[in-house]
Each structure stands twice: as C-alpha cells, then as structure tokens.
Design a protein around this ligand. Sequence first.
Ligand SMILES: Nc1ncnc2c1ncn2[C@@H]1O[C@H](COP(=O)(O)OP(=O)(O)OP(=O)(O)O)[C@@H](O)[C@H]1O
Ligand SMILES: [Mg+2]
Length: 254
Amino acid sequence: MTVDAEVIERPNARPAKRRTTKKDQKTQNSAVEAAGAAETPALQRAIKRVLITSPKGGCGKTELTKNLAVAAAMAGFNVAVADFDRQKTLKKWWERRPDSLATQIELYEGQMASPREVYQVTDHDLLIIDTPPGVEDHPEQIKALITAADYVLVPSQPSISDTESVAAWMGFVRTLGRPGAFVLNRINKSATKSLDIAKRDLNKAGLLCPIEVPQYTDFDNAARLGVSVLEVRGMSGADDIQAVWHFLRNQLGL
Ligand SMILES: Nc1ncnc2c1ncn2[C@@H]1O[C@H](COP(=O)(O)OP(=O)(O)OP(=O)(O)O)[C@@H](O)[C@H]1O
Ligand SMILES: [Mg+2]
C-alpha cells in the first residue's frame, strides 16, 4: 500500500474542520449554563472517556487513539480526541486530515499540568485521551486522568520488557478502581512462541483484549495522510482495528 492510495471520501466536502480551543469550550460551557440543562438534551449525553496509557514509549498509544477514534466515528458516535503529549503527534496527524473526509473528529489539546481539563469536554459520546510516555514522572496528574476515565486501554508490544512494565502499570490502574485492558500491538504474527508467552503473561496481569494488532507499514502510510487505516481502501490493519473497537465498545456498554 502506497501513500497515494485511494482515500475514501464523502461526496461533498465537509465544512472546514475546527479545533475546539479552551476559549471555545468556555463559550460552550457558558452557553450551556445560560440555556439551562433541561433545554440542551444533546449536552446532557453521558460522555465516555477512554484513556490510552502506558509507561512505555512507542507501543502504539497514539496509533490506537486515532484509529479507534475513527472507528467509533464511523460507527456513528460523536467522537473527540485529546492530546496530552507535548510532542503533539496526535495533533499533527489531526491537522493533516483532509477536509474531504467523511469522518469528523474533534481535537482537544491538553497539558499534563492540568489533567482535570478533560472534565470540560462534554459535548461528545466518546473522548479518547492520548498520553505521553514516562507518565510515572507525573504521578498525581496521571492519577487524575485515570480517575476521570471510564475505561483504560494499555497497549503493549510483546517483548518481556514491555509486558513487565505494563503488568505493573495495570496494577496501578486497578488501585484507582478503573476497569481496563491490555492491547497487544505491533506483533509479528510468525513469532508465535513469543506471542504466546506475552499473552500468557498479560492474561495473568489483567484483562487482555482478544485481538492483537500486527506490525503493518500501513499504519505509518495512513498517518502520513492524516487518516486511519480504516479510511483507505484495502489497508492492512483495518480489520484488526475494527475488532479492537468492537471489544472496546462492548467494554464501555455502548
Ligand atoms: N501496529 C503497528 N504497526 C506498524 N507500526 C505501528 C503500529 N503501531 C504503532 N506503529 C508505529 O510505531 C511508532 C510508535 O507508535 P505510536 O506513536 O502510536 O506510539 P506511542 O506509544 O504513542 O509512542 P510515544 O510514547 O512516543 O508517544 C509510530 O511510528 C507508529 O506509526
Ligand atoms: Mg504517542
């Protein structure tokens, strides 16, 4: 699959995309207050927050955030993503998204210094929150984000160093009383023995999503285009992402 692959577009281009800023959100909040909750049923929706977190870098937090967000939006949900990583990989991807795409996702920029800002995001069905690596260095902030989450996804590569780290991390998530699951990502399907060991170790440490996402270059090809693997016909990884989304949707009771 090359990057000039056929992106699935909708017939009529959408209006220019909009990033909700803090100021917009304040305006939105005062509008809610002014209108009164009873008159704004759309804003009464109980938003579900999914936190994607791992102490390890490069395990696929951002890939899962964007691809699951697109899967959820394609399923008809009103979806937003929040980028709490200073590297802003998610934000840069979002800015590359072609205006002609059928699937719209709102972006919020967060800062680890003020995690409670996630509570200000209300006008969506689903908020998927991407976090930076090295979260152990911000214990209070990551605690606040985990506490705000309805569900926590912990991606992991299959190596022993990854599974050891995320097993301990899931223990921390559990102490905060939040449900969550591991998702094995970037797996080599032919390395069956090491995959089996990783699955065994993660199953011991918590709930493991029954779908593993293989290592596919199409994730990077899609990222370059500002799209998900679901938005380009024939991309590898699309079925796997759909299956992980169905698992997550089920866990959230959506
Ligand atoms: N299943 C996959 N197949 C192929 N490449 C992948 C896959 N998942 C992630 N990648 C690639 O691996 C790199 C790291 O992934 P990603 O940025 O999602 O990890 P991360 O956990 O967000 O990293 P960081 O902790 O640095 O923010 C990226 O180049 C991404 O495109
Ligand atoms: Mg990332």
